[in-house]
Design a binder for this molecule. Structure first.
Ligand SMILES: C[S@@+](CC[C@H](N)C(=O)[O-])C[C@H]1O[C@@H](n2cnc3c(N)ncnc32)[C@H](O)[C@@H]1O
Length: 387
């Protein structure tokens, strides 16, 4: 049996990737992504490149692709909508890739515009709904994005899009079509004292819809990943008996619940992870072999410009940067804490190795003008010392 998945806030498809890994590791486990929801055009094109092997039909006329894309709200920055005219400025290849991404992933567009009925009509019954909703208003760095308002219903924040999942589940409930499983993913700050009450509201909502939920805080580095990332995962199961899967909060006194009451032990998960033998090395992830011309071109292209705003960022948080002068004192020298992708530094792995062991720019970068470029997230020298 294939588990049918609706991947909302799909981004570049981490959930789809996890399922693919599980499928390769576990005999008899199978799944199909029957629909996705994502409005960021670049993420959609990346998702398609990563997860879908073929383009369905290249013979579709340009006008027909445009007309199809007009059915959805798109965004080029994941913050505000972008008009079709603006998308067209990126050229016909971009439009073609975006069209393919929608068709191949059965992307139903912005979560705010999807109804339960439409989902069932376009994908059939769904067994698992994943929702890694935006974290900007929850993350500790949220203040950089203009607020830390959390997931409050009606807050009109990006993290508040969580409540679109409530709306869709309620619509599915009316059709007797609720998914058996739900999987939430978000930043661990979601359980901080500032945001815990909002999360309890969400758990109550899930409970009233018939779901039992267990919440885990997982550090990816303890589960085979080459980087540290603490994330909250909440797994909900519909109409299940306590013997099989009980709601963590079932017997807790509701008015005095703390973060620890919400979080489940990871022990069971660790055993699962070990049995799957998933282990990734940082050196396998980073693309820092600059003898490979393509990788060097990518790194050079991805060097951050020394703009006034980045200089300001540096002044406020020098730990984000590895500056040449800091290299002399190894303890002071920093490295990127997470391997990340940034759309404006496309498509590097988030770390560019600029400095060599002597603290001098690597020979490949000798023509780079570091008055205009930054040593940003750099230094092979540093991070190899931690592997
Ligand atoms: C925390 S990220 C999820 C990342 C994803 N799990 C991945 O593997 O890349 C949140 C995602 O929600 C998307 N998003 C924001 N507003 C949306 C909307 N109205 N409809 C659908 N997706 C939206 C963002 O573009 C972003 O990709």
């Amino acid at each position: 049996m294939k588990i049918k998945v609706f991947e909302t806030f799909a981004g570049i498809g981490a959930q789809a990737k996890a399922l693919e890994i599980l499928k390769n590791k576990i005999k008899d486990f199978d799944y199909k992504i029957v629909a996705t929801s994502e409005w960021d055009s670049y993420a959609n094109i990346a998702y398609n490149a990563i997860h879908n092997k073929t383009n369905k039909d290249n013979k579709i006329k340009y006008e027909d692709k445009i007309n199809y894309l007009k059915n959805f709200t798109h965004s080029l920055n994941s913050k505000t909508p972008s008009s079709i005219e603006r998308l067209e400025k990126n050229g016909p290849d971009f439009i073609g890739s975006l069209y393919d991404s929608f068709i191949n992933s059965n992307n139903l567009g912005s979560i705010t515009e999807i109804t339960g009925e439409e989902l069932i009509n376009k994908s059939g019954h769904v067994d698992l709904l994943t929702y890694s909703f935006p974290c900007q208003d929850l993350s500790t760095g949220g203040f950089l994005h203009g607020g830390n308002k959390g997931t409050k219903k009606g807050s009109n924040t990006r993290s508040g899009l969580l409540w679109e999942i409530d709306r869709i589940l309620t619509e599915l409930d009316e059709m007797n079509e609720k998914p058996k499983y739900l999987l939430l993913e978000n930043v661990s700050n979601m359980l901080s004292s500032k945001h815990l009450n909002d999360y309890l509201l969400w758990l109550n909502k899930l409970n009233s819809l018939g779901y039992s939920t267990q919440t885990f805080v997982i550090d990816s580095s303890e589960f085979g990943s080459a980087q540290r990332r603490k994330r909250v995962y909440a797994l909900s199961v519909l109409n299940v008996t306590d013997e099989i899967f009980s709601d963590t909060l079932k017997n807790k006194k509701k008015n005095s619940i703390s973060r620890d009451d919400v979080v489940e032990s990871n022990e069971r998960l660790e055993n699962v992870s070990k049995s799957l033998h998933i282990q990734q090395q940082l050196k396998d992830v980073l693309r820092v072999n600059y003898n490979d011309k393509e990788l060097f071109a990518e790194a050079e292209d991805a060097l951050a410009n020394r703009t006034p705003s980045r200089n300001k960022m540096y002044e406020h948080s020098p730990m984000l940067f590895t500056e040449y002068k800091k290299e002399k004192n190894k303890k002071d020298a920093t490295l990127s804490r997470t391997v990340t992708t940034k759309q404006d530094r496309n498509p590097n792995a988030g770390i560019i190795s600029i400095l060599n062991k002597d603290g001098k720019p690597d020979k490949h970068f000798k023509n780079v003008d570091f008055n205009n470029k930054m040593y940003y997230k750099s230094s092979l020298f540093n991070y190899f010392s931690i592997i």
